[in-house]
Write a protein that binds this ligand. Structure first.
Ligand SMILES: [Zn+2]
Length: 481
């Protein structure tokens, strides 16, 4: 007698031999996959008969900032800089542990409901050092698998200097190193949670702390995960400061390698792609966030060509979604469009990025990413009995180009059913939505007049809605002077 048996229209294993098992079954016991195949003849304490569904490994969101889940849609259609200054800093600099927790619950709920089972959240919003504990506990209670990236910022946040009243999330390097060790003791390897170290970016962390971070990651044998060359300006910054491009510099100081996980990696030279390939470094591609902010398109096809493991990430509010299906589709479309080549990236490659390469990128490939006997049972069921998903045995293109997060009807993480027939088993949906709404109101209230003005701004006559308010401020400041 095993714990759980899942029966499906098809099982897409994502294993090395790319097996797709029609009328397949997956047997699960004590959190692990114990058998996969046809007519297994197993008896189980619980059976999920998903005969209209395609089963595949749970999706892996390799990069997010869930603290931004509460504030989507307040400042929009902006470049990164005005977005940070006018909108993000004034709100999030007042974030409390309570706000932190509900932001994670809200994001976790969206992720589970759209098929994500593993999240790697880069948490640097240390306005209160208890925040990250609340967030980790929220993911844990939701039943998710998490690789928490402990954010380290001792210098700036997105280039904003520490002198600003809003920089309440920046800490000293001694404090951060001490806090990281405390967090590691409490959470690393506990149930489904692991940790990585997360310098904000080359400009957000001092050289001294960057080197300490490198040494600590080697000592603890954990990933160093950081934003690299996500915006074009950062190469100018590192050229000026170090005489090298962003990734070149991280390579020089020893951060590349199998424990190096790089978010965005948009503005890379051919030489830098070569460095990633030769050192066995990993990349998390965030196409929606990069496109939305006007930051460009990462050279994903070239990276895959060179065998670099590339996972996918939503990033924070700049994606406007935690639905990884949308991110996968955006990744495909952008590569095809920019290369003027329908073969530039394939449905199978995108599905691999959403699952197995995501696991490789985070160093979790032995536990998750594919459905194989002995691996942890993280799997989702996509309902194909719908107008936009006509099943005919060729599932990958329909999954990548047609499926939505809302087509995921069951989700199992570590053998635990966290969603069945779209009903969440580990989270109270109504309570979370109510709490999230009041937390958002709370943050807006304390953020100040400019944020309220942004929210109240009328439909613009032309251009981005926030420009009219910005113009009024310029006039006001001019008059004062
Ligand atoms: Zn990010």
């Amino acid at each position: 007698m095993i714990d759980l048996l899942v029966k499906a229209l098809a099982v897409i294993t994502m294993d090395d031999s790319h097996r797709v098992i029609l009328d397949g079954e997956v047997g699960i016991d004590q959190g692990k996959i114990v058998q996969i195949g046809n007519n297994l003849g197993l008896t189980a304490r619980k059976v999920i008969d998903a005969k209209n569904c395609v089963i595949l490994p749970g999706l892996i969101n390799g990069h997010s900032h869930v603290y931004q889940s509460l504030i989507e849609g307040i400042g929009y259609d902006m470049h990164f800089d005005p977005w940070n200054w006018r909108f993000l800093f004034p709100i999030v600099s007042k974030m409390s542990p309570k706000h932190a927790r509900i932001s994670a619950e809200l994001a976790a709920m969206e992720m589970i409901k759209t098929g994500t089972t593993t999240i790697s959240d880069h948490w640097y919003m240390h306005t209160d050092l208890r925040n990250i504990y609340e967030v980790t506990d929220a993911f844990d209670k939701a039943g998710m698998r998490a690789q928490m990236v402990y954010g380290l910022l001792d210098q700036t946040f997105a280039g904003e200097r520490i002198e600003s009243e809003y920089m309440t999330m920046i800490k000293t390097d001694e404090q951060l190193i001490q806090e990281v060790q405390k967090y590691y003791q409490e959470w690393h390897g506990k149930r489904r949670t692991t940790m990585a170290l997360g310098p904000g970016s080359t400009e957000d962390i001092s050289e001294e702390l960057m080197l300490k971070t490198r040494d600590l990651s080697r000592e603890l044998d954990i990933n160093v995960s950081t934003h690299v060359a996500g915006w074009i300006e950062i190469n100018a910054y590192t050229q000026r400061k170090f005489g090298e491009r962003d990734l070149e510099h991280l390579h020089t100081i020893g951060l590349t390698g199998p424990r190096g996980v790089f978010f965005h990696a948009v503005w890379l030279s051919n030489h830098e792609i070569e460095i990633l390939a030769e050192t066995g470094s990993k990349v998390i591609h965030c196409p929606m966030a990069n496109a939305y902010l006007g930051y460009g398109i990462a050279p994903v096809a070239q990276m895959l060509e060179r065998g670099i493991p590339v996972g996918l990430g939503t990033d924070g509010a700049a994606s406007y979604t935690y639905d990884l299906w949308e991110v996968g589709r955006a990744a495909a479309m952008l590569q095809k469009a920019t290369h003027l080549d329908g073969e530039a990236i394939t449905a199978e490659q995108i599905l691999t990025m959403m699952t197995m390469d995501g696991a490789r990128a985070l160093g979790l490939q032995k536990q998750v990413g594919s459905l194989e006997v002995g691996k942890q049972a993280d799997l989702i069921a996509v309902d194909f009995n719908q107008a936009h998903l006509l099943a005919d045995g060729r599932f990958a293109p329909k999954l990548v180009y047609s499926a939505h997060g809302s087509d995921v009807i069951h989700s199992i993480i570590d053998g635990q059913v966290v969603m069945e027939n779209r009903e969440l088993k580990t989270m109270h949906e109504k309570r979370i939505l109510e709490d999230a709404f009041s937390a958002r109101q709370d943050l807006i209230k304390v953020a100040g007049q400019e944020t309220r003005d942004l929210l109240a701004a009328p439909w613009p006559n032309h251009g981005a809605y926030w420009r009219e308010i910005a113009q009024q401020e310029v006039n006001l400041n001019g008059n004062e002077r």
